[in-house]
Design a protein around this ligand. Sequence first.
Ligand SMILES: [Zn+2]
Ligand SMILES: [Zn+2]
Length: 195
Amino acid sequence: MSKLVKLECACSKVKGELTVVKRSFFHVHCLCCDCQEFASYLNNKEMILDQHGGSELFQTYPQYLRITQGHDLIGGVQLQEKGIYRWHTACCNMPIANTLSTATIPFVGISVKLMKFKDEQEKFEVLGPVTVKAFGKYSIGDMPSDAHPRFPLSFMPKVIGFMLKGLLGKRNNPSPFFNGKKTIVKVKTLFDNRV
Ligand SMILES: [Zn+2]
Ligand SMILES: [Zn+2]
């Protein structure tokens, strides 16, 4: 059985919907430096990151994510050469999601911050517990005791299974961030500006 979760940015201009389908997602907590850099880029670290520099992501298939309002307020950025695309709201600088830089891969990591729940209990019922707390070595301050320093290799078979299922089911498409092979807006690249 699937569940529908409402998404809304901090200023309510961008709205969307996520279908949560059993065994088709990972609920992760990411402490990586790239996620932290993204929050810095958005100039919104306080709202986005926890005290360790972590953020919660819900990784699923693009087909399950719909933006219903504020399409013209979506921006995209790529922090590293060959890095992932990070999508955000231009109105209130909230992360929306990250995807690969190609529309063919059935993967999207949605910011849990956008999701609307009545309370923590409802959130837990829908998303379940965090299944992996990754890249703890980039934590700000002490690494949380339940975090993995990098990404646990034991998790890889599950990721591969997820990708295969997504590819076979063509769940990369439709995506809120791609029209066919092209991105909905020009993705800003930050690495060009670096010396
Ligand atoms: Zn907004
Ligand atoms: Zn990360």
